[in-house]
Design a protein around this ligand. Structure first.
Ligand code: CA
Length: 355
């Protein structure tokens, strides 16, 4: 009787222990031989655990940051990215009609078709993608799949993220809107055009094929151009406002054939003494890089970048509330690479800092 009770207690304790053991996902973990990967995983020839004979695996999918309407997902790979055929990202939510859910492929986010981004000075591995159109204050889940050329596929863990609730202050700092325009643009073929906007009427338009700077800068078929707007903005935010603040822009690449593979945006501040920055890098706080799809449906996409995630181009330091409050004298509203003669038309609208 006592023995039976002891066995029962041990069984209960054993069950409790079993439940408490954390589940470790060994997919993508480094390995030296098949003994190092728990069944049913195998140690691939490139030295990481796979569910099958893949040459590339994905793991550790997570949200790097979020705003009310966007989420930036990041992941890790193990293996040979040149084997990649395509990444796909499945984004779901239990909330009915939650925006931005779906099966993201190269059609929505062209970088998902690439192991590395083209046109960089050095190969830039694709280890992130931004999903847009999300509903604020909503729980999302995502799973990434990497398919390789030999038909093998590796699936990541499931990542969760709650989008931010909209800022309390309903009135943004407008950089470009129907009632406010920047002081000037560089290159100078950037125009403000009536109609065709994402928000109300007018929008900003840029055509790389008529850009004298781009046409005159060498023989390469691809050139980089920043779309700079001269501004005069004082953004004195409280610590609480700064934590949730973001800069947003509606972007559309149309008519051409090529995506904006390697895009960046920045805010340029003045120096602490209030003077303009001669060495611009010390005053540029930027986000890079993201890929803007070239769309045929005429749709704008709203991108939002948390201010706390902008980093100084010279030293990598994050933008602080104090630096932001000095005074902003320039905004780069989606600089990117352009192929010559591609016919691409870039449209921008509704550029604001929300806090
Ligand atoms: Ca507009």
């Amino acid at each position: 009787m006592r023995y039976a009770m002891l066995v029962a207690i041990l069984l209960v304790l054993g069950a409790a222990w079993a439940c408490d053991l954390p589940e470790i996902d060994f997919t993508g973990k480094k390995c030296k031989s098949s003994d190092s990967c728990p069944t049913p995983l195998l140690c691939g020839s490139e030295g990481c655990c796979h569910p099958g004979p893949c040459k590339l695996s994905v793991s550790n999918l997570r949200a790097d940051w979020q705003t009310p309407n966007t989420i930036r997902w990041v992941w890790e790979t193990c293996g040979d990215v040149t084997e990649l055929a395509e990444y796909t990202l499945d984004v779901t939510s239990d909330t009915p009609d939650a925006g931005g859910t779906g099966h993201y492929t190269r059609a929505e986010n062209p970088e998902l078709a690439r192991g590395t981004l083209p046109h960089g000075d050095a190969p830039i591995p694709v280890l992130a993608t931004i999903t847009t159109g999300h509903t604020p204050g909503t729980v999302y889940r995502a799973v990434l799949t990497a398919k390789t050329g030999n038909g093998c596929s590796s699936t990541s863990n499931q990542a969760d993220k709650i989008t931010d609730v909209p800022p309390l202050n309903a009135k943004p700092i407008v950089i470009f809107g129907d009632d406010r325009a920047p002081l000037g643009f560089e290159p100078d073929n950037i125009e403000i055009v009536d109609g065709g906007g994402a928000v109300s009427h007018r929008h900003i338009e840029y055509r790389p094929d008529t850009d004298p700077q781009l046409q005159g800068s060498g023989d390469a078929s691809v050139a980089f151009q920043n779309l700079r707007a001269a501004v005069s903005i004082d953004a004195n935010l409280t610590p609480g406002e700064f934590d949730g603040a973001y800069v947003e822009v509606y972007v559309r690449y149309a008519n051409g054939t090529e995506a904006g593979w390697w895009s960046e945006m920045w805010l340029r501040t003045v120096l602490p003494d209030g003077s303009h920055c001669a060495m611009s890098d010390e005053c540029l706080y930027r986000f890079e890089a993201y890929t803007i799809p070239n769309v045929t449906d005429g749709g704008y996409r709203l991108y939002q970048f948390p201010l706390r995630k902008l980093t100084n181009r010279a030293n990598g330091a994050p933008l602080t509330r104090e630096a932001l409050g000095r005074h902003i004298d320039q905004v780069n509203v989606s600089g990117t690479t352009f192929s010559r003669g591609s016919g691409t038309v870039v449209s921008l609208d509704g550029i604001s800092i929300r806090y």
